[in-house]
Design a protein around this ligand. Structure first.
Ligand code: GDP
Length: 400
C-alpha cells in the first residue's frame, strides 16, 4: 500500500534528520550518495548529519522535473511511503491546501531536550484541521537527555493532552533518536524500558481504506475545436465514463458525455487525477463542477468553514475573493462563530468581531453560487483560500 507521510514539528526538533534516517536505514539512498554526502559533511567539519540527504534530494528534484515534488520514497515491510517535508508554517498550509502534498499519516517530532514549542501545537492543529486522522509522535533526541524514561514520560503526558484537545486519542508515542537511529527503523538497545514499536513498525501497521468516491470533474476551460465543444478539466474524484448523464453546477447544465479525449486519443473512462477534455452538447463555464445526475454536486450560497489567517485581520462583514478548485467568487464573512488559538486548539472567544494573523476561526461564509464539498469527504473541493490582493487565509469546508 502507498502511504503519504507528513513529518511535522517545531523547527530544529529533527524532521529532516528523521527523514534522512528513514531513507538511510531502509536502503533508499544510492551507495554513491552516502559518500558524497559524508564528504560534504567532512568539508564542513561537522558531524555526519542526515539532514544533508534531504537538501541534496531537493536539488535533484529541482533538476529532474519529471519527479513528483513529494517524491522522496522509502519502504517498510508492509507499505511504500512517500514523504513530505515541512519547510515552514505558511508553506506547509499552502502546500497542504493546494493539494501539493496530501498526507495520510502525520509523524509529529518533539525534541526531548525542549519539549512542546510553538510550532508543535500549531502543526498539530493543522493536521487536525486538514483531516489527517492518524498521527504518531516521536520524542526525538533521546540521546541528548541520556535516554531517560522520565523525560520521555513527562513530555508524553503534555503532548498527549495537547493532541487530545484536537481530538486525537490513544496516540502511539515513540522515544527515539533520529541521529543515532534508536527506535526509528531499528529497535534501540539503549532504552530497555520501552517495549513498544519502532516508528517504522508503527507506520507499517497503518491501513488506509481507499474507497471509491463520487464523480467530481472540475472545468478549467472550454474550447471549440472543429465545431465540437471541448471542456477541459480534471477528474478530482471518482470515475467519468463516456455516455454518462451529468450535470454542471452552478451553471445548471445537464448533458451527456459524448467523448472523453486526451490529446488525439479517445478514452472510454477517466480516473481521479486525469486531466482530460470532454465533448458535451451544451455550453458550460470555467469553474463549474460536474457530477453524475444520480449523485449531483450542489450549489450553495452559504457554508461553514474553518480557516487560519496567514496575514492581516479579518472582520465580520468583510468582503473578499474566495477560490475553490478553479472557481473564484466573491464572499462575505457573515459570522465569525469561534476564534481559535492555532497553537493549542482552544476556543478563545465566541462570536468575536475580528480575528488576527495566525488565529483560526470557524466562519459562516456567504458566497456567490458555488460548489463545495465537505473537506472530510472530497478534500479537492473542500479547501479554499481567501484573497485580498494576495492569499491571506486558507481553510477547509466543515458543513454546507
Ligand atoms: P528540522 O528543522 O526539524 O528539520 O531539524 P533538523 O533535522 O535540521 O535537526 C536540527 C538539529 O538537531 C541538527 O543539528 C541535527 O543534527 C540535530 N538532531 C536531529 N535529530 C537529533 C537526535 O536524534 N539527537 C541529537 N542529539 N540531535 C539531533
Amino acid at each position: 500500500m502507498n502511504i503519504s507521510v507528513v513529518v511535522v514539528g517545531h523547527v530544529d526538533h529533527g524532521k529532516s534528520t528523521m527523514i534522512g534516517r528513514l531513507l538511510y536505514d531502509s536502503d533508499s539512498i544510492k551507495e554513491g550518495r552516502v559518500e558524497e554526502i559524508q564528504k560534504l559533511a567532512e568539508e564542513y567539519k561537522k558531524r555526519f548529519e542526515f539532514a544533508y540527504f534531504l537538501d541534496s534530494f531537493d536539488d535533484e528534484l529541482k533538476e529532474e522535473r519529471t519527479i513528483d515534488t513529494t517524491g522522496v520514497m522509502f519502504k517498510g515491510k508492509e507499505n511504500l511511503y512517500s514523504i513530505a517535508d515541512v519547510p515552514g508554517h505558511k508553506e506547509f498550509i499552502k502546500n497542504m491546501l493546494t493539494g501539493a502534498s496530501r498526507a495520510d499519516v502525520a509523524v509529529l517530532i518533539v525534541a526531548a531536550d525542549e519539549g512542546i514549542q510553538e510550532q508543535t501545537g500549531r502543526h498539530a492543529f493543522l493536521i487536525h484541521m486538514l483531516g489527517i486522522k492518524q498521527i504518531f509522535v516521536v520524542i526525538n533526541k533521546m540521546d541528548a537527555v541520556g535516554y531517560r524514561k522520565k523525560v520521555f514520560q513527562d513530555i508524553k503526558v503534555k503532548v498527549a493532552k495537547l493532541l487530545a484537545s484536537f481530538g486525537y486519542q490513544d496516540v502511539q508515542f515513540i522515544p527515539g533518536s533520529a541521529m543515532e537511529g534508536d527506535n526509528i527503523y531499528k529497535p534501540s538497545s539503549r532504552m530497555k524500558w520501552y517495549q513498544g514499536p519502532t516508528l517504522i513498525q508503527s507506520l507499517d501497521g497503518v491501513k488506509i481504506s481507499k474507497k471509491s468516491r463520487l464523480l467530481r470533474f472540475v472545468v478549467q476551460d472550454t474550447y471549440s475545436v472543429d465545431s465540437e465543444r471541448v471542456v477541459v478539466g480534471m477528474v478530482e474524484s471518482g470515475v467519468l465514463r463516456k455516455g454518462d448523464e451529468v450535470v454542471f453546477r452552478p451553471s445548471n447544465v445537464h448533458s451527456r458525455i459524448e467523448k472523453i479525449k486526451v490529446f488525439q486519443d479517445e478514452l472510454e473512462e477517466a480516473l481521479e487525477g486525469d486531466s482530460i477534455g470532454i465533448v458535451v452538447d451544451k455550453e458550460v463555464e470555467r469553474g463549474d463542477v460536474c457530477g453524475l445526475v444520480k449523485a449531483q454536486p450542489v450549489t450553495v450560497n452559504e457554508f461553514l468553514g474553518e480557516a487560519v489567517l496567514l496575514e492581516r485581520k479579518l472582520r465580520k462583514g468583510d468582503k473578499l475573493e474566495l477560490r475553490c478548485a478553479t472557481k473564484r467568487v466573491e464572499c462575505e464573512i457573515k459570522e465569525i462563530r469561534e476564534k481559535i488559538n492555532s497553537e493549542t486548539g482552544e476556543v478563545m472567544e465566541k462570536y468575536p468581531a475580528e480575528i488576527a494573523e495566525n488565529e483560526a476561526a470557524i466562519i459562516l461564509f456567504a458566497t456567490e453560487p458555488l460548489v463545495v464539498e465537505k473537506f472530510s469527504e472530497i478534500p479537492e473541493l473542500g479547501r479554499f483560500v481567501l484573497v485580498k490582493g494576495r492569499n491571506i487565509a486558507a481553510g477547509v469546508v466543515l458543513e454546507k
